[in-house]
Design a protein around this ligand. Structure first.
Ligand code: GAR
Length: 196
């Protein structure tokens, strides 16, 4: 039997989406394994989650490299060394450049806390509240060089309640992210393992 899909998970912060993916794998509900977790932030709590779950991890700081291309070359080398099939941006707060997207064509996905194409970029939940939308949500999409701009794979909607704050809305959206992202990975897995 072919080996299960190998994930490379890129993080910058809290790591709750990383934890959600790992939990689905542990529960036997997602046929994948985490090959490596890469953080651009040495202080990211996500690295503690990776350590607790005994996942291979690496820190690649942008400031250690003269330019974006050499930073991404290092990330690509680590992903390839771990034979990653699918790169998952799980709260990785950087726009990817041409190097990584060319190294992993149609094999990089991102989760974003808005119903794209509405509210790309930072503070998407606040953007939604400020705009007064009544339905918010999250999106899993393929990554290209446009900020939160690649083809959409899956979306989930949540209501915006009259007394919502940025925190309460973000929490409601995050719950859906934790369901949607592992589900999207599971849907892509058979296609990506066939095309190895
Ligand atoms: C998530 O809400 C994710 O959608 C968002 O960062 C958070 C990371 O949380 N990503 C973006 O805004 C990317 N544009 P986590 O570190 O707990 O998974």
């Amino acid at each position: 039997m072919a080996e299960v899909l190998c994930l490379g998970i890129l993080v910058s912060g809290r790591g709750s989406n990383l934890a959600a993916i790992a939990a689905q794998i542990e529960a036997g509900r997602l046929a994948a394994r985490v090959g490596v977790v890469i953080s651009d932030n040495p202080l990211a709590p996500a690295l503690r989650i990776a350590a607790e779950k005994r996942l291979p991890k690496a820190v690649v700081e942008r400031k250690a490299f003269p330019d974006k291309a050499s930073f991404e070359t290092e990330i690509a080398a680590i992903l390839k060394a771990h034979q990653v099939d699918l790169v998952v941006l799980a709260g990785f707060m950087r726009l990817l450049g041409p190097l990584l997207t060319a190294e992993f064509p149609d094999r990089i996905i991102n989760v974003h806390p808005a119903l794209l194409p509405a509210f790309p970029g930072l503070n998407a939940q606040k953007q939604a509240l400020d705009r007064g939308v009544k339905i918010a949500g999250c999106t899993v999409h393929f990554v290209n060089e446009i900020m939160d701009g690649g083809p959409i794979i899956a979306q989930a909607a949540v209501p915006v309640l009259p007394d919502d704050t940025e925190e309460s809305l973000s929490a409601r959206i995050l719950e859906e992210e934790h369901r949607l992202l592992p589900e999207a990975i599971g849907r892509l897995a058979p296609i990506l393992t066939l095309r190895r």
